[in-house]
Design a protein around this ligand. Structure first.
Ligand SMILES: N[C@@H](CCC(=O)N[C@@H](CS)C(=O)NCC(=O)O)C(=O)O
Length: 222
């Protein structure tokens, strides 16, 4: 069975674990940093040529880059498909994934999640100026991506997993109220998607450190 090197607060590690869970694969998380990623263990720098995670290990074969890992999980294992066959649906899936990694990552993850969630864990204050400057873009991206997701009705594929990974922290911040107001369609999608067992299990609330520790106890290799 595959093993994922990563850490729990890393959205991309979470995406891989969600995909594995959807396929019914027992994929353990091998933590290579503290749960929030701030303390990197020595092995961290040896896994990836650019010192990043996640890295998937399957029988000694290592795969880097989150999207490559998602596609490997999809194609190397049996289980419900996470990629549509129909050409337009496939193009829509990649459209959403590309838009999320290209346009949502800076405002949602770098400007908001890092500032509101990760920095305070290490005792640093949030860069309020950066959050305020990016807020209009956070909302605009949410509107566009919400529209893309809604246009596919209730399909579930890799696009949902990538958006959920990027959005999860956003929904834990005070700014989510304003973002959701400007993107009600995305909020509706999230309220449905967060209840999916794979998402609920592998994207626990960050502010509940205790729950994260319980998660490690259940899912990590010892
Ligand atoms: N292009 C890479 C990016 C990987 C990445 O930036 N991972 C973050 C965690 S989600 C990381 O390793 N951060 C540690 C660091 O930058 O030192 C991918 O898609 O997998």
């Amino acid at each position: 069975m595959p093993k994922l090197y990563g850490y729990l607060a890393c959205p991309r590690s979470r995406m891989a674990l969600v995909a594995a869970s959807e396929k019914g694969i027992d994929c353990s998380l091998q933590a290579v940093a503290s749960w929030d990623g701030l303390d990197k263990f020595p092995i961290f720098s040896k896994l990836h040529p650019f010192q990043k995670v996640p890295v998937l290990d399957h029988g000694g074969l290592r795969i880097t880059e989150a999207l490559a890992i998602l596609m490997y999980i999809e194609t190397a294992f049996e289980g419900p498909p996470l990629v549509p066959e129909e050409p337009l649906a496939l193009a829509r899936m990649w459209e959403i994934i590309s838009a999320t990694t290209s346009y949502a990552w800076s405002p949602w993850v770098q400007a908001l999640a890092i500032n509101r969630i990760i920095r305070p864990i290490s005792g640093e204050g949030a860069d309020e100026a950066a959050i305020a400057a990016y807020l209009p873009e956070m909302c605009r991206v949410a509107e566009v991506i919400g529209g893309y997701l809604a246009a596919r009705e209730e399909a579930f594929d890799l696009a949902d997993i990538v958006v959920a990974g990027a959005l999860k922290y956003v929904t834990e911040t005070p700014e989510w109220e304003e973002i959701a107001r400007s993107a009600p369609v995305l909020e509706t999608w999230w309220n449905r998607t967060r209840l999916r067992p794979s998402i609920a299990a592998h994207m626990p609330n960050t502010d509940l450190k205790k729950r994260s520790n319980e998660y490690f106890a259940r899912h990590m290799e010892t």
